[in-house]
Structure formats: structure tokens, C-alpha cells
Write a protein that binds this ligand. Structure first.
Ligand code: ZN
Length: 137
């Protein structure tokens, strides 16, 4: 999937930051719903999830929450447009584990770093990880 930009509102960014701070020192995670028009993804809703691993360097969303997320996106007529997680103690760059799962889930992956307060987005495309610009409106 080619995506030129991923657009968040200020409120959505605040919600994701707060969720990350509350889960620190463990990783926080969420599913992002939105739409994709002309290669621009606009995030519309955030579905906060639990990290069942409760670990500082990896995350897992339960299959129950995944099913609930997909069904609520469908009800809202939105796409699952991104997977969010935080890096409490490292920079917002995909880990080796992230890269493995990005290949399985080729949607935008958004990573927030608690250490430098930065959001970055990436997508797996034909064997490589591409950074997607993040825009906050
Ligand atoms: Zn990660």
C-alpha cells in the first residue's frame, strides 16, 4: 500500500500520548480507524487496547480486542488504518519484532517514543520499511 501522509488531530495525539504515559514503563497499544483518500490516511477514531504482555519492549493485543476493534470499525464504516504502540525507553523506530509483524500486517504502524516525545509512522512495502510523514491538524 502506498501512503503519502497520515493525518491526526491534536486531540488524537494527546489521547495517544496520555495512553502511553499511563502504560509506561510498559508499551501501550491501540488500533486506529480512518479512511484513505488519494493516498492520504486520515485518522477518525482511536480504539485503545490493552497490552496483554505488560512488557516494556513488546506488545500483544488480545484476539478478543482485535475482533471487537474490527467489528466497531465496520459499524462506523471506517478502515483499520493503523496500529499504534509506544516505545517507553527507546526511539520511535521499529524493532526487529515490530518489523516481523509489520510484514504480516502491512498497514501503517505508528510509534510514539516516551523518551523524545516523537510520533513516527512506517509501513512495510515489498520487503522494505518506508517512513510515512505524520501531520497533525
Ligand atoms: Zn516497537
Amino acid at each position: 500500500m502506498t501512503i503519502k501522509v497520515i493525518i491526526f488531530s491534536k486531540n488524537q495525539i494527546e489521547t495517544l500520548k496520555k495512553h502511553s504515559e499511563q502504560n509506561s514503563p510498559n508499551e501501550a497499544c491501540a488500533i486506529l480507524f480512518g479512511n484513505n483518500v488519494n493516498y492520504q490516511v486520515t485518522i477518525k477514531e482511536i480504539f485503545l487496547t490493552k497490552n496483554i504482555d505488560q512488557a516494556p519492549a513488546n506488545f500483544t493485543i488480545s484476539s478478543e480486542e482485535l475482533i471487537a476493534a474490527y467489528s466497531s470499525a465496520e459499524k462506523m464504516a471506517l478502515d483499520v488504518s493503523g496500529i499504534f504502540h509506544s516505545h517507553p525507553v527507546s526511539v520511535p523506530y521499529p524493532s526487529l519484532t515490530d518489523k516481523k509483524y509489520m510484514e504480516i500486517n502491512p498497514v501503517p504502524w505508528i510509534i510514539f517514543s516516551n523518551i523524545n516525545d516523537e510520533f513516527k509512522a512506517y509501513i512495510y512495502n515489498s520487503g522494505i520499511i518506508i517512513e510515512i510523514p505524520v501531520k497533525v491538524l
